[in-house]
Design a protein around this ligand. Structure first.
Ligand SMILES: Nc1ncnc2c1ncn2[C@@H]1O[C@H](COP(=O)(O)OP(=O)(O)O)[C@@H](O)[C@H]1O
Ligand SMILES: [Mg+2]
Length: 184
């Protein structure tokens, strides 16, 4: 089964494909208001106005067609949101960037499990060196939050680089600790 972390990871590939340099991800859980919200904001090349109404369509893609299945990322997320009592909003300004906001009812039986947020965040942050992306990764749980940013997190961990041996493990452990903090 596709977890919400899998969906997020997949949608971030769109931002990377769009040449984004800054990507802001917010995962927000608000139990009192029965809300699960995911927001991905990028400064990539955006979506052409004439494509905006079609990007959620199954198999719509502007990527060159290869052997892999394409055009499903937004369609699957949209279907998941609708099944789970929410929706998927896409706000994009051509040449400026895109914001994707997915909402679901937190307690809905069709809402997929959240999946492994620490693993997903650690993968994104430690891929930084190759793709030169500045990340802001946040998880909010009933108003308590943590934020990861490339530079600050690297300093927190006393790392020279996210590629040095053991960096990914240290990062993963840090995120696990931050997860524990917001859940208390
Ligand atoms: N963050 C984004 N920035 C720019 N274009 C995007 C973004 N997300 C989606 N798109 C556009 O929507 C299309 C459909 O996205 P998606 O459903 O994930 O399928 P795919 O990634 O296989 O093309 C993409 O081909 C692209 O044109
Ligand atoms: Mg995609």
């Amino acid at each position: 089964m596709r977890t919400l972390s899998d969906h997020i990871f997949d949608l971030i590939q769109n931002s990377i494909n769009a040449g984004a340099q800054n990507i802001h991800v917010v995962v927000e859980e608000d139990i009192p208001n029965n809300l699960f919200k995911i927001c991905i904001k990028d400064d990539g090349h955006g979506i052409k106005p004439e494509h905006l109404s079609r990007v959620k369509d199954t198999f719509f893609t502007t990527r060159p067609r290869g052997k892999r299945h394409v055009g499903l990322g937004l369609a699957l997320m949209d279907a998941t949101c609708q099944r789970s009592g929410g929706n998927l909003a896409i706000d994009s300004e051509y040449r400026r960037g895109t914001t994707i906001t997915a909402t679901m009812k937190h307690d809905h039986t069709d809402r997929p499990p959240i999946g492994d947020i620490p693993d997903m965040f650690a993968s994104l942050m430690s891929s930084t060196v190759e793709n030169k992306i500045l990340w802001t990764l946040e998880h909010i749980y009933n108003g308590k939050r943590y934020t990861l940013k490339n530079r600050a997190t690297k300093d927190d961990l006393n790392l020279f680089s996210y590629t040095e041996p053991g960096a990914r493990e240290k990062l993963y452990e840090l995120i696990i600790r931050k997860e524990e903090e917001i859940h208390h």
